[in-house]
Design a protein around this ligand. Structure first.
Ligand code: ZN
Length: 85
């Protein structure tokens, strides 16, 4: 058994060691989540993945902007090798 504190009324609640999921507090009848450490690590990992995808998307966006800008510059007739017209 494991003794935890209700996040709503701060009463002590006894749960099985292997218990995880949604529980109802017997004192205030509010629901609360209790689980294994895996459930707390996974959102952290997926948030890193989202940040990494966002970083990559930003890089690609900047790359496309640079390509578009150089194409537009060529379109307006800038043929200078150092990019200054
Ligand atoms: Zn409670």
């Amino acid at each position: 058994m494991v003794l935890i504190e209700c996040p709503h009324c701060a009463e002590d609640i006894e749960l099985d060691d292997a218990s995880f999921g949604l529980f109802e507090c017997p004192f205030c009848e509010e629901e609360f989540e209790w689980g294994e450490m895996d459930e707390e690590i996974n959102p952290e990992l997926s948030r890193d993945k989202v940040m990494w995808a966002f970083f990559n998307a930003t890089l690609v966006f900047i790359l496309i902007l640079v390509i578009l800008f150089s194409l537009t510059t060529d379109f307006f007739g800038c043929k200078s090798p150092n990019g200054v017209c």
